[in-house]
Design a protein. Sequence first.
Length: 392
Amino acid sequence: VNRDRFPGIASAGWVRLDGPAGSQVVDSVPGAIHDYLAGADIANLHGFSAASIATDRLLDDARSSIGSMLNAEREGVVFGSSMTVLAAHLADALAPTLNPGDEIVCTQLDHDANVSPWLRAAAKAGATVRFAEVDPVSLELSVEAVADQLSSRTRIVALTAASNVVGSKPDLPAIIQEAHRVGAVAVLDAVHSIPHEPLDVGSLDADVVLASAYKWFGPHLGVMWLRDELIGQLSPPKVRPAPTVGPEAWERGALPFELLPGVIGAADYMQSLDWVAAAEHEAELMQILIKGVDSIEGVSRIGQPLRGTATVAFTVHGVTPEDIARRLAVRKIAISHGNFYAVELLKVAGLQSCLRAGVLHYNSSSDVEAFLNALSDVTVESTRQTTGSGER
Ligand SMILES: Cc1ncc(COP(=O)(O)O)c(C=O)c1O
């Protein structure tokens, strides 16, 4: 679907199944960034020059684009260098509102960017972090697993919309409802889910949403949305002259304004995409991917989520993920290896690291087939070499 709109995938001769690490950029993005930098509207905010007024408008337009992409109020949209930075700012702002004995619920499914800041905030406040546990086989997170950790002391529930390793997707509306039932703030990491599925913040009722434009076809810029009470009241650490509340309180100095036209381009693309066709296409490719991975001897898939994004994590028996990823790269197949910063999930899986192949809507069945053929070859090749060296 729309493959020809992704110059990076069409031209380079690589099979790109590394989308969960960072997607390819849609064709409207580079020109939009270039036009800003080559134009006459470069300035800082809040001045009276035409360029400054245009910069105010650009930032406003970017907030509106994200607001309409997420179906959320534009006034709550904040930009920052990455999701990791924004999540840390959020925890720094919420830490002073916590009391000793308060509880934060994190999950074993999450990327550490939505865990470590809460561990630090809890340590600072004398609060406790409780972990909602995933099913050790399917690596899915049930509503009950989160509900089990909630109490009248729970102040924050930090969860992911989808695992960036195995793709599993928790039942968000039900979990957010449970969080609200005990009066907790629900902080949602939507970094991995958004390129697979639009997020309707309005109907989800989340309190904070974190995302990263480079995962959904745009430039490297983080996005955070906060509900009106939070953006209107929460005061992040800041320099003294900066506003106390509102988006600019969080943005800490000049933003990379040149990236905003690119973010708008990516958000427009997200809203123009035929998501039904994209989801069907991803599901078809995922079937081929799972069947293929399961049929290669020596390859073990990690987790068996019933509800998930088109993402597969696996290991190859007796060979390090790094070695497999390197051998695949020699064949111009790009997949990812490592722990993906999903510290708790990898512990549950009993692994230091694994491999991950992810499909986005711009991938084709020939990408998946080329990957499977190459994986089969490198598995045989590396297993033979490992066995060989063992015999010597
Ligand atoms: C699920 C998830 N959350 C958070 C992050 C961190 O995002 P960023 O690179 O914008 O800090 C990632 C990055 O891979 C991710 O996959």
